[in-house]
Design a protein around this ligand. Structure first.
Ligand SMILES: Cc1cc2nc3c(=O)[nH]c(=O)nc-3n(C[C@H](O)[C@H](O)[C@H](O)COP(=O)(O)OP(=O)(O)OC[C@H]3O[C@@H](n4cnc5c(N)ncnc54)[C@H](O)[C@@H]3O)c2cc1C
Length: 479
């Protein structure tokens, strides 16, 4: 690899990092390095997104830590990470001019707002005689690469997965070589710190696991010896059964090809089940690309205008983890404290919000969007519409999670509940899932005072939810 030390007017190409914060196995970077021109990496702290986030948002800490690693690596190559704070629609064309870029290379992003941004940037750059070149990177199969025999997008997961598995070839999972090419030698530039960007330095302490490419490699190494047991352990939030890699896939500190290579071809049930989850991720990405309206609308026409009572006070209680249903409260407190929630708990707490508290799935989707470190529009909307029975290949409306049964099954000893709801720590494993039903409670525990009484009766709410969905279905048939 060589370093360009030519003066500032040297022609260059820019590699614009977005949700791909790594310098390994990176499609756009690979192509930029092959362009024959020195490559400068840039990152924009996007004010159109950042301005709406709270100052203690843990995602900024994750991004910042990841960029520090990118910067350190670039310095080893004799280059520098260029950053700016503002609207990328202006900042990228400005930087491209300032750095005398001939083209800007980036990886495709399939979220509706990101696609609109890229279109505008591309237009402005072409007015400056430059090109925005986009590459597939964050998925194995994008957009309409996997369609039904009738050339329609899939709305059911199992046949999509069958087709995905039939299509994948070893070159699809092969890493992009980013070791050949020329880096731009640039004057040293410090990354703005979190405070300068309007965020709290202390939010870094909330990160549960390491960020950046190195953090992803550590998690991957830890997960590898556990992957064979994934199918047996993944539903138990108190066990270390899952990979915890979602933020790394979200911010691209791990390449999807490296993740897939861990599990494909699958040599155990655990690996096959984990690969299935990665395929769910692609299923939801292609679905959102074909149906961007589902980001804010139910996919099933009958359930577009479900007349949810939407009680604000109940919504607040759910957000605060004070519903009186221990497994739901433990889940919500885990989310509030760490920005993470286990998948089984996402399903339980989402179902509880919609089918017990009768609140619109979009309210819950928005709350998760604010809180999740791994928030990804396609997977979040997909997960919420699945739980709410309004989406593609969703849970049928009459299948309603019983939060007590779920709790007994997936946290049998109450170990997870005790970690996040310490008021219940003295309760035994029989009582902890539904304290108000317990025959015996510790003398010092004052039910309803030390911990709230259940906000609703599950059986009553279940019937109300069934009636609401049934009526909407019948109404549609009548129309
Ligand atoms: C209501 C709800 C909201 C969700 N919101 C998000 C979200 O915003 N971002 C997000 O990445 N996932 C979301 N999921 C999916 C899933 O809960 C998380 O991906 C998973 O819990 C992340 O933990 P992990 O990395 O240890 O996953 P693992 O179990 O180790 O799975 C490996 C990877 O597969 C992908 N994956 C796993 N399960 C799913 C799934 N059901 N749908 C799509 N991709 C999946 C993720 O990229 C994950 O990192 C949501 C699920 C539900 C039910």
């Amino acid at each position: 690899m060589s370093i360009s030390t030519a003066p500032d007017q040297t022609p260059r190409v820019l590699c614009w990092l977005r949700r791909d914060l790594r310098l390994h196995d990176h499609a756009a970077l690979h192509h930029a390095l092959k362009s024959g021109l020195p490559v400068a990496c840039v990152f924009i702290f996007d004010s159109t997104i950042l301005d709406s986030l709270p100052a203690d948002d843990v995602r900024l800490a994750f991004i910042h830590d990841s960029l520090l690693q990118v910067q350190e690596q670039l310095r080893q190559y004799g280059s520098e990470l260029i950053t700016a704070h503002g609207d990328p629609v202006q900042k990228i064309p400005e930087l491209a001019n300032r750095l005398n870029a001939k083209a800007v290379y980036a990886n495709e992003d399939y979220e509706p707002a990101a696609m609109a941004r890229d279109q505008t940037v591309s237009h402005t750059l072409s007015g400056q005689g430059m090109e925005l070149k986009l590459f597939k990177d964050q998925v194995i199969f994008a957009r309409d690469e996997i369609l039904t025999q009738q050339r329609q997008p899939y709305t059911v997961f199992t046949p999509y997965k069958r087709n995905w598995l039939a299509r994948i070839q070893s070159e699809d999972a092969q890493a992009y070589d980013c070791s050949q090419g020329e880096w731009a030698a640039l004057p040293e530039q410090a990354l703005p710190d979190l405070e300068e960007l309007g965020f709290q330095e202390k939010s870094r302490a909330k990160l549960l696991s390491p960020a950046g490419w190195q953090g992803a490699q550590t998690l991957l190494e830890q997960f590898e010896p556990r992957i064979h047991a994934y199918h047996e352990r993944r539903d138990f939030p108190a066990k270390r059964g899952v990979s915890y890699l979602a933020p790394h896939l979200r911010f691209g500190t791990l390449s999807i090809r490296q993740a897939v290579s861990l599990a494909w071809p699958s040599d155990s049930n655990g690996a096959a089940t984990w690969l299935s989850e990665l395929i769910w991720r692609e299923f939801y990405q292609q679905f959102l690309w074909h149906h961007p309206e589902t980001a804010t609308e139910s996919f099933k026409p009958a359930y577009k205008d479900l007349p949810f009572p939407n009680r604000e006070d109940w919504f607040q209680v759910w957000k605060d983890g004070q519903t009186g249903y221990p497994i739901v409260d433990a889940a919500m407190r885990q989310l509030n404290q760490s920005g993470y929630m286990h998948n089984r708990l996402r399903m339980i707490s989402a179902s509880f919000l919609v089918k017990d508290l009768l609140i619109d799935w979009r309210w819950g989707e928005q709350y998760f969007a604010q809180k999740l470190l791994d928030y990804d529009m396609a997977s979040n909307v997909g997960g919420w519409q699945w739980a709410a029975s309004t989406g593609c290949d969703a849970q049928p409306y009459f299948r309603i999670f019983n939060p007590i049964t779920q709790s007994r099954k997936f946290d049998p000893d109450g170990q997870f509940i005790r970690r996040y709801v310490p008021e219940l720590a003295s309760l035994d494993k029989q009582a902890i899932h539904a304290p108000w039903q317990a025959k015996q409670l510790p003398i010092e525990f004052r039910s309803g005072k030390d911990y709230p009484a259940p906000i609703v009766d599950h059986d009553t709410q279940r019937h109300l939810a069934l009636a609401l969905f049934k009526q909407a279905g019948e109404q549609e048939q009548a129309d």
